[in-house]
Design a protein around this ligand. Structure first.
Ligand code: B4P
Length: 193
């Protein structure tokens, strides 16, 4: 299986690039952000809990998100590979993902780390907020999300460097240009896994 973790700060283009990777390589997509927003829309118990965290720009607790991921993963049993978009976001989530994949006889193939400077991230998210109606795309919440990213999520780069899976990609430029770098890396892994 070709399992890709797409990683980066909020607004770095994880969701945007995931769409192109799926089209090109026929992978299944798991976006924890999309799963949570669907639960919020459906008004479920989980959605109500998640909404409190998301609106404040905080991460949903590990236990909750790991359980959700395990269920979604089981629904992709016959997949030829999965793109993990927005998961993991903490070290315990990365450890849980490794365990879940190992139990299923597979592992993360590569972690693509999109690098985008902070001013650009803020501009993109404010721009998205004009149309998205997302409760977390406003300046105050964006700042909290960036703080959470630096304290809880960015350390994951080191985790994947140690695993020998980390691949940095410049996330500024046209969407197609950035996708070109990602595609090149994924293709090289298919030749030399
Ligand atoms: P997510 O839904 O994962 O979203 P994101 O980080 O805000 O955005 P992404 O990086 O996907 O950016 P996009 O492509 O849209 O998370 C939302 C919240 O859910 C989290 O804050 C957290 O509370 C919760 N959550 C999710 N997963 C969790 C987990 N594992 N654990 C705990 N909590 C979790 O791009 C942004 C904008 O930039 C778009 O408008 C796009 O069009 C634009 N853009 C993209 N690429 C561009 C480029 N190259 N140039 C110019 N603009 C570009």
């Amino acid at each position: 299986m070709l399992n890709v973790v797409i990683f980066g700060a909020p607004g770095s283009g994880k969701g945007t690039q995931s769409e192109l990777i799926i089209k090109e390589f026929g992978l299944d997509h798991i976006s924890t952000g999309d799963v949570l927003r669907a639960e919020i829309k459906a008004g479920s118990e989980l959605g109500k809990i998640a909404n409190d965290y998301i609106t404040k720009g905080q991460l949903v607790p590990d236990e909750l998100i790991i359980n959700i991921l395990a269920k979604v993963l089981d629904s992709k049993k016959d997949s030829k590979g999965v793109i993990f978009d927005g998961f993991p976001r903490t070290i315990p989530q990365a450890e849980a993902l490794k365990k879940m994949l190992n139990e299923r006889g597979t592992d993360v193939t590569v972690m693509i780390n999109l690098h985008v400077d902070e001013d650009e991230l803020i501009n993109r998210l404010l721009e998205r907020g004009k149309k998205s109606g997302r409760s977390d795309d406003n300046l105050e919440t964006i700042k909290s999300r960036l703080d959470v990213y630096h304290s809880q999520t960015a350390p994951l780069a080191e985790y994947y460097i140690k695993e020998g899976k980390h691949h940095a990609v410049k996330g500024v430029g046209t969407i197609e240009e950035i996708f070109g770098f990602i595609k090149e890396k994924i293709e090289s892994l298919r030749v030399n896994p």
